[in-house]
Write a protein that binds this ligand. Sequence first.
Ligand code: ARG
Length: 223
Amino acid sequence: MSTNAAFPPYEMTDDSGNIVGIDAEIAAAIAEKLGLELEILDMDFDGALAAPQSGKSDIVMAGVTVNEERQLVLDFTETYANGVQKVIVPEGSDITSIEDMQGKKIGTQRGTTGYIYCSDTPENGGYGEDAVTGYEDGATAVQALMNGQADCVVIDNAPAQEYVKANPGLKILDTEFANEDYAIGVAKGNTALQDALNTALAELQADGTIQSIIDKYIPAEAE
Ligand code: ARG
């Protein structure tokens, strides 16, 4: 499994350097069902997306949003979680809605849907490439927000909650930027693995395993 373990609570490293989180636990449950051994490779997000196609990994699981561009190089399983792109700002920011982001410095994680939407042209609901910086990962984008290099950060809701909890002085706007589905990616044409994953996911869905893993990391009141 390729991933980018800077995306809590889906994937992050614990104090002993193990990769933990929702994706890691779902992947472990799937591997157990399929009688396979799980090995997790941490890399940057673009690398994690490219890894199944180049044979460096069998699956990518990294809170990956299904979109058309990615479907050209990856086949996806059924979705296992939902994500919403949200906006983080410093408390007291003059950005109170998505419209206020015009002319501001927008931070995102490189290669993510947040970057793709924000860097799009204004006609397509974006702010233009010049307005957006794609940082190494979510933590780095939030760091840039903390030290004033960025005015806001667009990132998936669940990590947004984690970053705001960890960094006093930040808040999340109520408005949603986009609503998305997360799925597991395999190399284009690897239908045997795709089918096996879908069967395992359906069983883990039906017996409540997936919901209990999500509930463990995302308390219901944070939804
Ligand atoms: N859902 C977003 C996307 O697919 C962000 C995923 C970032 N994941 C990560 N592990 N860093 O573009």
